[in-house]
Design a protein around this ligand. Structure first.
Ligand code: FAD
Length: 547
């Protein structure tokens, strides 16, 4: 076309249409199969609604806006009064309203039927394809419920509002709100992993406690209440601290500043001081760390679910792009090396999904064996899947060529987001130590894990051989802390393979085993061996019917 000076520069050719306005649930063959296999089929209508929401161009644009125009701290009002308010772009509030309205924080606690944990996990997985920053308050609010329910006084006052589907953006006292969100504040400057170093202290005042100290990481500082740790004479203890007091004033929580983060920019993460904040003791005095760890089982699995969702989004974007983009007279997905890359990415994302949802299903099942499986399995999944999300996103970004590195494209945002789940709720080494701890403190978790792995025996001789050596590996490696990452990686990969032979298409299970268990696997993508039909597997990766 000629411009007004009569020059023709270029037409936009060979640029794929954006992957938007599609149903991220129905187009994901792995997720739909998982939901059926683990008894959450009754939630399909809700999942389709969430899938359409997160796949919409509207939500993609909200996510872009919420990250581009991040939160700002207003410490004082114009008259000089301290207010500690966080100001957000309206896109943040709309996203929160949609995700809470779709019960992403609550479905597992409000629906008492089998499959409720799986159904809610599927909502969380989908919403991680939509926007990651909002999943921080959603995760903490979801994971707070067992603690709240364990304390009748708290439950009476807070449970109904926590489980409400109404997002109430107002930063005012909870009594006047229709719905609330909960934060968790543990990390201090001198120690995040080692919570025994907590310096913040609490002193009794009447029925409650006054809390004094700091928190170095304090996400969602505008939450309606926080679960936090402070030291008393009996040791580190767990407290409930409301954001606002019954008289409407801000509890004495002073936000020092918002952190400038590599990713997760839509979400406010801050540094705070508790200057005599009023709190209530939860659980036994001096047993706060145990209490924090018990919530950690839910939050850690949630991190793995989030990373699995991020992987799916990254792989879907990459597979969509290469299905339309052409180079050297061929569509990229038909170039043998690209087919190998996309197939390999699809295997990783598929294995991650089956692993996290199997552990979510364990939460649904009321048996000691399933509890033990979840106890050891959640940190195994958290460690491995959060680690793998980083190279998956980087490789998926590269599939887009230069476009993937540009801010207009959501791949750049996913890339910055990918490492975070590996850090919070316990960084890699700490999570691996938690696997070892579960083996030592709850030794029956090992047979529970091995039984789940052995359920896949008899279908593939390579997997059988890997399973046979696992018990020896466990005995040997568990004794050497320095080798523990190796052990946990092995457990994660063999457990994933066992799930895939039982549930996934044969081609997927076979390729996963051929690449990950037969030896010589570097972990880089696009290295599937010749025996694998990469072209067929690559064609499974794009969202079905989208584009
Ligand atoms: C964006 C963001 C938001 C956050 N929001 C919150 C929040 O809302 N609330 C909250 O409480 N925290 C929050 N955190 C903090 C987070 O949970 C901690 O950063 C994390 O637990 C690690 O603690 P740390 O930073 O003190 O690192 P450290 O504890 O100093 O650990 C540093 C490294 O040492 C490793 N390590 C520790 N112990 C051992 C060991 N025994 N053997 C081998 N290696 C070891 C760790 O794995 C890690 O890699 C947030 C963090 C981020 C990045």
């Amino acid at each position: 076309m000629l411009d007004r000076y009569g020059y023709a520069t270029h037409e936009v050719l060979n640029q794929p249409s954006p992957l938007e306005d599609y149903d991220a649930y129905a187009s994901d063959g792995t997720l739909t199969a998982i939901v059926k296999a683990f008894g959450a089929g009754w939630a399909e209508d809700r999942l389709v609604e969430a899938g359409r929401t997160v796949g919409s161009a509207h939500v993609q644009n909200l996510a872009r806006l919420a990250n581009r125009y991040g939160p700002e701290l207003r410490t004082h009002d114009r008259f000089g009064r301290r207010i500690d308010e966080i100001e957000f772009h309206p896109a943040w509030h709309e996203l929160m309203s949609l995700a809470i309205g779709q019960e992403t924080h609550s479905l597992s606690w409000t629906e008492r039927r089998p499959g409720a944990q799986v159904a809610r996990a599927a909502l969380a997985y989908l919403w991680n394809e939509g926007e990651n920053g909002i999943m921080c308050p959603i995760l903490m609010t979801y994971a707070s419920v067992p603690t709240v329910r364990g304390n009748p006084m708290l439950a009476a006052e807070w449970e109904g509002k926590i489980l409400s589907n109404a997002y109430d953006r107002r930063q005012i006292r909870a009594a006047d709100k229709t719905g609330v969100t909960i934060g968790m504040a543990m990390t201090e400057k001198q120690g995040g992993s080692d919570l025994r170093q907590t310096q913040t202290y609490a002193e009794r005042e009447g029925e409650g406690w006054r809390i004094v100290g700091h928190k170095w990481f304090f996400s969602v500082p505008h939450s309606d209440a926080f679960i936090t740790l402070a030291r008393t004479e009996a040791g580190v203890s767990c407290f409930w601290v409301a954001g606002w007091l019954p008289d409407g004033s801000r509890n004495r929580i002073m936000v020092q500043r918002l952190k400038e983060k590599a990713g997760n920019r839509s979400n406010a993460s801050s540094e705070v001081e508790f200057r005599g904040a009023y709190g209530t003791l939860i659980g036994e005095e001096g047993h706060g760390i145990r209490q924090a760890i018990s919530m950690g089982h839910l939050t850690r699995l949630e991190c793995a679910i989030s990373s699995a969702g991020i992987m799916r989004q990254a792989v879907a974007q990459a597979a969509h792009h290469v299905s339309y983009r052409r180079a050297f007279q061929k569509t990229l997905i038909d170039q043998p090396m690209m087919a190998n890359v996309v197939a390999d990415l699809h295997l990783e994302a598929t294995a991650a999904a089956w692993l996290v949802f199997r552990l979510a299903a364990a939460l649904d099942r009321d048996s000691e064996n399933e509890r033990l499986l979840n106890r050891i399995g959640a940190p195994i999944a958290k460690y491995w899947i959060c680690k793998r999300a980083v190279p998956v996103v980087a490789e998926a970004l590269e599939c887009h060529g230069g476009n993937g590195f540009i801010e207009d494209h959501l791949m750049a945002r996913l890339y910055r987001e990918a490492p975070l789940n590996g850090i919070w709720e316990g960084s890699g080494n700490v999570i691996v130590l938690d696997v070892l701890r579960s083996m030592m403190r709850e030794p029956d978790s090992v047979p529970a894990l091995l039984a789940e792995i052995r359920a896949g025996k008899g279908q593939d001789r390579r997997l059988d051989a890997a399973i046979d050596t696992l018990a020896d590996d466990l005995r040997d490696l568990a004794r050497h802390e320095g080798q523990a990452r190796r052990l946990v990686e092995r457990l994660a990969v063999v457990l994933s393979a066992s799930l895939l032979v039982r549930h996934a298409p044969d081609a997927v299970a076979d390729a996963f085993i051929a690449s990950r268990l037969e030896g010589g696997w570097s972990g880089a993508f696009g290295t599937l061996p010749r025996s694998v039909d990469a072209a067929t597997i690559a064609r499974m990766a794009p969202p079905a019917g989208a584009g």
